[in-house]
Ligand binder design. Structure first.
Ligand code: PLP
Length: 252
């Protein structure tokens, strides 16, 4: 049986990021995805134009229907979109005690468009992060959430603040290698990957979902984080360009 992963994230109609990325990544790494879609975005492979949030009453009805029927082996959180949705997610997580949670604190798209109404930093860090197993911010998100600029400083500040593991991904750094850093209290581990030439859409979503899927299959955190990066690297090596903008990982 495939483990069931509850994905709470936004929809990207261009198919590169968001829910599409999550379902494909989870399918490809051995899991099954159930989805609660927090927002519908307007975007293509070049830019995000706008988004509309899903009413919380509808999300609540969907969540009630799923929880009455399914058991979940992991939760993956991506785009939340508003403080009210973040707070609703925090209440939902309280109904899933003991289930591993991967929090990808999505604040903006790779192309720069905002994916948040207002400032989500405090709500994400105070309400959801303490219930997460691991946070997976990229460097700009880690900087925004912690107020620090360097990878080490931002990662250490975030893990100290919420007491959870934090994987800071280095895609946005200007180094030759992409270095991803896992911070767990005082423990630090680093992985390096050759920097690939294109700009990719949905790599953060794919990585976080693969980690959730592997945690759901019972892997220890460091193994799930390492194996998910190796899987993502392969999808990026075979990425393709469906339009005129960013490349999309091949998650098949
Ligand atoms: N979630 C949604 C709905 C998005 O549209 C995007 C980017 O456009 C993201 C998440 C973040 O994508 P990435 O994995 O490229 O950081």
């Amino acid at each position: 049986m495939r483990p069931n992963i509850l994905v709470i994230a936004g929809h990207d109609p261009s198919g590169g990021a968001g829910i599409h990325a999550d379902i494909e990544a989870i399918q490809s790494t051995g899991g099954f995805a159930s989805t609660l879609i927090t927002a519908l975005t307007v975007q293509n492979s070049r830019k995000v134009s706008s988004f509309q949030l899903t009413p919380l009453e509808l999300l609540e009805q969907q969540a009630n229907a799923l929880l009455a029927d399914y058991e979940f082996q992991a939760v993956k959180i991506g785009m939340t979109g508003s403080v009210a949705t973040v707070e609703w997610i925090a209440r939902l997580l309280a109904r899933l005690p003991g289930v591993p949670v991967v929090l990808d604190p999505v604040l903006a798209a790779e192309s720069g468009g905002s994916l948040a109404q207002g400032d989500l930093n405090e709500a994400l860090m105070d309400r959801v992060a303490p219930q997460a197993t691991v946070l997976t911010p990229n460097l700009p998100e880690a900087g925004q959430l912690s107020g620090e600029t360097g990878v080490a400083e931002a990662g250490a500040a975030l893990t100290r603040r919420c007491g959870r593991a934090v994987l800071v991904t280095g895609t946005h750094d200007d180094t030759d290698q992409v270095a991803n850093h896992l911070f767990q209290g005082e423990h630090h581990r680093q992985w390096e990957w050759p920097r690939l030439p294109e700009v990719y859409h949905g790599s953060g979503c794919s990585l976080a979902s693969a980690i959730a899927s592997l945690l759901a299959r019972g892997l220890p955190l460091e193994d799930a984080v390492g194996d998910a990066q190796a899987w993502l690297h392969r999808t990026l090596q075979h990425a393709w360009q469906p339009g005129g903008g960013q490349f999309v990982p091949d998650r098949s």
